[in-house]
Design a protein around this ligand. Structure first.
Ligand code: ADP
Ligand code: ADP
Length: 225
C-alpha cells in the first residue's frame, strides 16, 4: 500500500494565479481521503501535482518516502473532464482493457476483466461502441470502470461522479467502496458534494480559499460512515 505525503506544496500558474499555498497532507496506505472546498481553491491543481502532471513551484509530493519524479507508477486518474480521458479510436471495451497490459494479462483475460468492469458500471451493452457514441455521463462511467479494473496502488479522482444522475452517482459511490475493500488502493477523491465526501471518505480534508491566498485547513476528522 502506498503512503502519500504532500509537503508544503505551493503553486502559481504562469499567469500569476496562486492555486495552492503551503499545503501539507498525509494519506496512509489504503486510506480514502475526500477533498472538498470551494471552486478555485486548488483541488484540481493538487491532484495534477500528485499525478506528476504539474510540477509545483514549491514543496514536494512524496510516495512511500521518495519524492516523485514525473508520473508515478501504478497510478490511475479519473479526470473531471471526461471528454479528454478516453481514446476515441478504441472501442469502449478496449479503452478499459488497454491499461491491463501492464498487469501482464493476456488478451482474453483483459477482455473478460474489461467487460466485467463495464457491467459493474451498467455499461456492458456499450462494450462494442466507441466513446463518441456515448453520452458524457456514460463516458465518465467508462473512465471509472477503466480505473477500477486497473486496481492502481494510487487512485486520484477529480469530481468523478459529477456528470451522472443522482441514482447512478449513489451506485457508483457504492461501487467505489466495494472495489476498494481489500484492494489496498490509496485514494484521493475531490468532490463538491459534502454528503459524498463523508459517505465515501475515511477522512475529509477541507481546503479553504481566501481572496488572494489559498490555505489548507487542518484535516477535519469525521466519523466513519
Ligand atoms: P471546478 O473545479 O470548480 O469545476 P475548474 O477546475 O474547471 O472548476 O476551474 C476552476 C477555475 O479555474 C475557474 O474559475 C476557471 O475559469 C479557472 N481555470 C481553469 N483552467 C484555467 C486556465 N487554463 N487558465 C485560467 N483559468 C483557468
Ligand atoms: P479547484 O479544482 O479547487 O476548483 P483549481 O485547482 O482548478 O481549483 O484552480 C485553483 C486556482 O488556479 C484558481 O484560481 C484557478 O483559476 C487557477 N487555475 C487553475 N488552472 C489554471 C491554469 N491552467 N492557468 C492559470 N490559472 C489556473
Amino acid at each position: 500500500m502506498v503512503m502519500l505525503e504532500v509537503r508544503e506544496l505551493g503553486h502559481a500558474y504562469p499567469d500569476g494565479h496562486v492555486a495552492l499555498h503551503d499545503l501539507s497532507l498525509k494519506v496512509a496506505g489504503g486510506e480514502l481521503v475526500s477533498i472538498v472546498g470551494p471552486s478555485g481553491c486548488g483541488k484540481s491543481t493538487l491532484l495534477r501535482c500528485v499525478a506528476g502532471l504539474l510540477r509545483p513551484v514549491r514543496g514536494q509530493v512524496v510516495l512511500d518516502g521518495a519524492p516523485i519524479v514525473g508520473v508515478p507508477d501504478n497510478l490511475a486518474v479519473v479526470f473531471q473532464d471526461y471528454s479528454r480521458s478516453l481514446y476515441p479510436w478504441l472501442s469502449v471495451r478496449d479503452n478499459v482493457a488497454l491499461p491491463l497490459r501492464r498487469r501482464g494479462m493476456g488478451r482474453a483475460e483483459r477482455r473478460t476483466v474489461a467487460v466485467e468492469a463495464l457491467e459493474s458500471v451498467g455499461l456492458a451493452s456499450a462494450a462494442g461502441k466507441h466513446p463518441w457514441q456515448l453520452s458524457g455521463g456514460m463516458q465518465q462511467r467508462v473512465a471509472i470502470a477503466r480505473a477500477l479494473a486497473y486496481r492502481p496502488a494510487l487512485l486520484l479522482m477529480d469530481e468523478p461522479f459529477g456528470s451522472v444522475d443522482a441514482q447512478t452517482r449513489e451506485d457508483l459511490e457504492d461501487l467505489l467502496l466495494r472495489v476498494r475493500g481489500g484492494s489496498g488502493m490509496t485514494i484521493l477523491l475531490v468532490t463538491h458534494d459534502i454528503d459524498e465526501s463523508v459517505y465515501v471518505g475515511d477522512r475529509v480534508v477541507v481546503l479553504s480559499a481566501a481572496p488572494g491566498s489559498v490555505k489548507a485547513d487542518l484535516p477535519v476528522e469525521l466519523p466513519a460512515p
